[in-house]
Design a protein around this ligand. Structure first.
Ligand code: NAI
Ligand code: MG
Length: 499
């Protein structure tokens, strides 16, 4: 099997798509001999087949990362040198941003303009941002007594296994690779089965940027084989995962075998609260952004909306109208479209299953009865809005991960906070109010890793991202991510008074 093929995407972009595993800076076939195929979610047409890793391939990738970690070539690079490499990688992603955006739009189904303006723009920023941190990772000196000099070194952890999902393929890769490389680790990273393509293209840019062989190894493959082999591997020192809470738990159990360091970014059921003193038009606009962006396939999507009683019906009506006018469903390559297909048949049927469950459990359907016929090509799901929901309903408790939102009312601030926190998750939350005191008090009372006041989903690479409760462990992005990719060594120096 050739290790790359020339592809022409529906937007007429032609590029060279690597198809191998990327081990030791070379694209190689899988020893395991397996491949996986990926389709365009718009019409279910085959895009390409790529090598799929088995346990032996994971062993080779880990050995490559271990050798690179121990190598003189990587160890002798200063933080400044690593920063230069990351900055060069950012420049190459910028040069090829149209290709990266084309691949993510084609493979995932997300609108091309969003892939370019949000996903790939963030990829570039994240690499540049962590390029800036690479020479600013500093320990401390700790005063104790005249007899001792004590200082800490923030050292890399070693070989990091990184397992990422399909909703933001290249962006999730950047969130994981940026801090890991800035801190001097080496990496084996696995993309999701549904979106294996952009990470292979990114691998070619990593090589072009000049990273030494083996510093980054890229494998594709099923979670239950390739992913599980990484999570239980005895020579991986740390595992970082983004995906479902159940898979996060399985990874945690497997990672216990050699006590790997872990960071997990898992599911969510994030609340959005609208108080009666809010700017209603802004609340409506952001509520739409908060759940319909990326067809609802966002871990932090604000999928539970709570509205104060006096404005409840007005909000529901305005939100319905806004959604009808502003969710333009169609091909991800049509510039008018902002709502493409879901990523896969499995996700589509899962969401439509929740539509039936919600009706059966007595929620009132506001929008979403007219879905494409089951035999229509493509994984389209039109926006779904339910009102008059309650805490016992499945769709209020479980993550749907689609353009699917449940609305209910609340009485007062205490009721709003109680309802917002009535979940096993704690990833994001949004609060709409013009009362500055209330805004900060509610933000403090909500059990979530991120709270947006008068917006939703406006995350930023310099600001930590992660979850409370079953939404995860640890933080990504910002300076906080550096502590997830370093370990602290304390050095005690006897200053001679004990000789
Ligand atoms: P998943 O959590 O199973 O998959 C995410 C990644 O984990 C993929 O790379 C997959 O290959 C890998 N994986 C799966 N099983 C594994 C295992 N046993 N060991 C190691 N790695 C493993 O999510 P999936 O099945 O794609 O989607 C199901 C649901 O998960 C979605 O409906 C959504 O609710 C949630 N999800 C949440 C995401 C988030 O950003 N928090 C992203 C993707 C899915
Ligand atoms: Mg695909």
């Amino acid at each position: 099997m050739a290790q790359s093929i020339q592809l022409t995407a529906p937007n007429q972009t032609t590029y060279l798509q690597p198809t191998g595993l990327f081990i030791n800076n070379e694209f190689v076939p899988s020893v395991y001999g397996d491949t996986l195929s990926t389709v365009n979610p718009f019409d279910e047409s085959l895009i390409a087949s790529v090598s799929s890793a088995g346990p032996e391939d994971i062993d080779l990738a880990v050995a490559s990362a271990r050798n690179a970690f121990k190598s003189e070539e990587w160890q002798s690079l200063t933080g400044y040198d690593r920063g230069v490499l990351l900055t060069r990688l950012a420049d190459l992603c910028d040069r090829d941003k149209h290709i990266l955006a084309t691949i993510d739009a084609w493979d995932n189904g997300k609108p091309y303009e969003q892939a370019l303006g949000e996903d790939v723009a963030e990829v570039i920023s994240v690499f540049r941002y962590y390029g800036g941190w690479a020479d600013k990772i500093q320990g401390r000196t700790i005063p104790t007594s005249d007899a001792k000099l004590a200082y800490t070194r923030h050292e890399p952890i070693g070989v990091c296994g990184q397992i990422i999902p399909w909703n933001y393929p290249s962006m999730m890769a950047a969130w994981k690779l940026g801090p890991a490389l800035a801190c001097g680790n080496t990496v084996v990273i696995k993309a999701a089965e549904q979106t294996p393509l952009s990470i292979l293209y990114l691998a070619s840019l990593i090589k072009e940027a000049g990273f030494p062989a083996g510093v980054v190894n890229v494998v594709n493959g099923p979670g239950t084989t390739a992913g599980a082999a990484m999570a239980s591997h005895q020579d991986i020192d740390k595992i970082a995962f983004t995906g479902s809470t159940n898979t996060g738990k399985a990874i945690m159990i497997a990672a216990a075998s050699n006590l790997k360091a872990i960071t997990l970014e898992t599911g969510g059921k994030s609340p959005l609260l609208v108080f009666d003193d809010a700017n209603l038009d802004q609340a409506v606009k952001w509520s739409h952004v908060g759940i319909m962006t990326n067809m609802g396939q966002i871990c932090t999507s604000t999928s539970r909306i709570y509205v104060q009683e006096s404005i409840y019906e007005t909000f529901v009506e305005k939100f319905k109208q806004y959604t009808i006018e502003n969710s333009i469903v169609g091909s991800q390559f049509d510039p008018q479209v902002n709502h493409g297909p879901q990523v896969s048949a499995a996700q589509k049927s899962r969401i439509l299953g929740y539509l039936e469950t919600a009706k059966r459990e007595g929620a009132q359907l506001v929008l979403g009865d007219e879905q494409p016929s089951p035999d229509a090509k493509g994984y389209f799901v039109k926006p779904i809005i339910f009102k008059d929901t309650n805490r016992d309903m499945t769709v209020v408790r479980e993550e749907v991960f689609g353009p699917f939102v449940v609305i209910q009312s609340f009485k007062d601030q205490k009721d709003a906070i109680d309802k917002a926190n009535d979940t096993e998750y704690g990833l994001g939350a949004a609060v709409f109010t013009e009362n500055i005191t209330r805004a900060h008090n509610v933000a403090a009372a909500i059990q979530a890793g991120m709270v947006w006041i008068n917006s939703s989903q406006d995350s930023h690479f310099a600001i930590p991202f992660g979850g409370y409760k079953q939404s995860g462990i640890g933080r990504e992005l910002g300076e906080y991510a550096l502590s997830a990719y370093t370990q602290v060594k304390a050095v005690h120096v006897n200053l001679g008074t004990w000789l």
